[in-house]
Design a protein around this ligand. Structure first.
Ligand code: SF4
Length: 301
């Protein structure tokens, strides 16, 4: 695939856009991957790669979720990672904390077979990389494939899982993720099953805003996510038509206060700060280049 690089003013973040022409059998695609450096690539390198072109899930805050082109092949997923890694300044085996995340564009469990194949290839090529799958838990596919995913996670100890939870009850979550996803209770069950089978902790991701950060929300989270089993990542909602920078600044106090109360409730918390992405659109739903490309495809239809 041909690629272009979009550098953020924050030199620690670069976005890669990959494009491929249509063939007799496959539709044209554009997908994006993001490369993060924390202090140095040697200290910590994080890559987010795409598993689908567009996404059928349709999360309301996501600019890529309004249109779906096609699933990526395992080769196309791996190619994003291999290409991005050509731009770092140290051998991959010397990276101290190395994370490859399946979370840029697409729902990995809707393209399970290719994602599994890509994980097997990447775990062989980059044995020191953690391979983190981020899922909304699409109804049906998550259950049909979860036993296979557990087996994969047992065989490849670098594999981790994060569920995009974002709200503390199913009603609010359904407004954010309009297509069918499994219930929070079922996500809680799947995570516990995965933890029991692998001996590792699953993550849930929660986008904090003024409407979901009360004590009642924490009580609801505790009903389904046992803090002895789950790790929690807090982040900001990345409104597709908002400057992420403004959004972070507005919400930083809110997130900090919520993080303190979640810690008091027993959770181990990390706060994801998508710094530097606001000028390139690096976050999920902020993929500006892809949104322009998508609009061109829509006009062609
Ligand atoms: S946030 Fe992720 S799962 Fe939701 S529509 Fe966007 S790419 Fe798909």
């Amino acid at each position: 695939m041909k690629h272009q690089i979009f550098k953020s003013t924050d030199t620690n973040v670069s976005k890669f856009v990959f494009e491929k022409e249509s063939t007799d059998t496959d539709k044209a695609i554009a997908v994006e991957a993001v490369l993060y450096r924390y202090n140095s690539y040697r200290e910590r390198t994080v890559i987010c790669c795409s598993t689908q072109c567009g996404c059928p899930v349709g999360c309301t805050f996501c600019g890529t979720g309004k249109f779906f082109i096609r699933n990526l092949t395992a080769t196309e997923i791996v190619e994003q990672v291999d290409t991005v890694l050509k731009y770092i300044d140290c051998p991959t085996e010397e990276i101290r904390k190395f994370q490859i995340m399946f979370m840029s564009m697409g729902e990995p469990f809707l393209n399970y077979k290719a994602m599994e194949e890509a994980i097997i290839i990447l775990s062989g090529k980059y044995p020191n990389a953690q391979l983190l799958v981020s899922t909304s838990g699409p109804l049906g596919q998550i259950f049909w494939n979860f036993d296979k995913f557990i087996t994969l996670s047992i065989q490849h100890k670098q594999v981790g899982i994060q569920f995009s939870v974002h709200e503390s009850n199913d009603e609010s979550r359904a407004r954010l993720i309009p297509t069918s996803t499994t219930s929070l209770q079922s996500i809680g069950y799947l995570g516990e099953k995965w933890a029991e089978s692998t001996g590792r902790k699953p993550f849930f991701n929660y986008c904090v805003h003024s409407g979901n950060s009360s004590q009642q929300n924490i009580t609801e989270l505790l009903d389904n996510f046992n803090p002895n089993i789950w790790e929690c990542t807090l982040s900001v909602i990345c409104e597709k038509d908002n400057s992420m920078k403004n959004e972070i600044e507005k919400q930083i106090d809110l997130i900090q206060d919520f993080a303190n109360r979640m810690t008091n409730a027993g959770y181990s918390i990390r706060v994801f700060n998508p710094a530097g992405q606001d000028d390139i659109g690096g976050g999920c739903g902020q993929l500006w280049y892809f949104q322009q490309w998508l609009n061109q495809q829509k006009r062609k239809q």
